[in-house]
Design a protein around this ligand. Sequence first.
Ligand SMILES: Nc1ncnc2c1ncn2[C@@H]1O[C@H](COP(=O)(O)OP(=O)(O)OP(=O)(O)O)[C@@H](O)[C@H]1O
Ligand SMILES: [Mg+2]
Length: 260
Amino acid sequence: MGTDQSIILETRDLTKTFLGFTAVDAVNLKVTRGHIHALIGPNGAGKTTCFNLLTKFLTPSQGQIFFDGQEITGDQPADIARKGIIRSFQISAVFPQLSVLDNVRIALQRNTGTSFHFWRSDKSLDHLNPRALQLLDEVGLAEFAQELTVNLPYGRKRALEIATTLAMEPSLMLLDEPTQGMGHEDVDRVTQLIKQVSAGRTILMVEHNMKVVSSIADRITVLARGAVLAEGDYATVSSNPAVMEAYMGTTQGELEGAHA
Ligand SMILES: Nc1ncnc2c1ncn2[C@@H]1O[C@H](COP(=O)(O)OP(=O)(O)OP(=O)(O)O)[C@@H](O)[C@H]1O
Ligand SMILES: [Mg+2]
């Protein structure tokens, strides 16, 4: 691998086949440090499979993955997480019957390598409070600290999931459809939140909402049928005829909608 310090993540010919069906097809991806990089494409394009390969939830059939200049293709999922590649909404599932603060404290404790002990008194986690409250503040949830998680509105739950992901101190955050299923208000709030927490970090996100993509993505890779179809900033990829054709009859409306 070269010595390009500006590239935090690179895949070379990353490929995944399922019983002869190629879901991810020789994908060469370069994610620049500090960027919000969006991975888009029609349903079934291979976006989630890509994420699963990056976290080693799935084993690549072919190809290589490099992180911070080091090959990580053979790493175990735990190694990947320890190196700072953290996928939200997977590792960071939240406990609905615990308070918002407790969820962040658990995530912080998990990050220190000791497992959470439910039988311990509340006090033993108190040393984590300052950092936990700081993280809640960062995602706009400070006032909800003592609230039971189950009572949070949907968009706020997503914000909590982002806080628990931040507790793992990611240098690369993977977000798979962070605004999925949200109403306009929550979409806007979570979009701004992603922009805000991207400071000092790199974010690779799968996102179908083109308004979100056009407003915060520094760079976009378009996948179709497992392969990279186009890459560039929003203006470049949205005016690419091959991209428009790939979206035809599926989610073309979303692409057009972004211009409104
Ligand atoms: N475990 C699996 N076994 C067989 N086929 C799979 C498996 N996982 C994914 N696929 C297939 O691989 C292709 C890519 O799926 P993937 O979930 O990565 O798409 P996606 O881009 O995330 O789509 P969406 O936008 O709908 O989430 C699909 O055709 C899917 O059916
Ligand atoms: Mg998917």
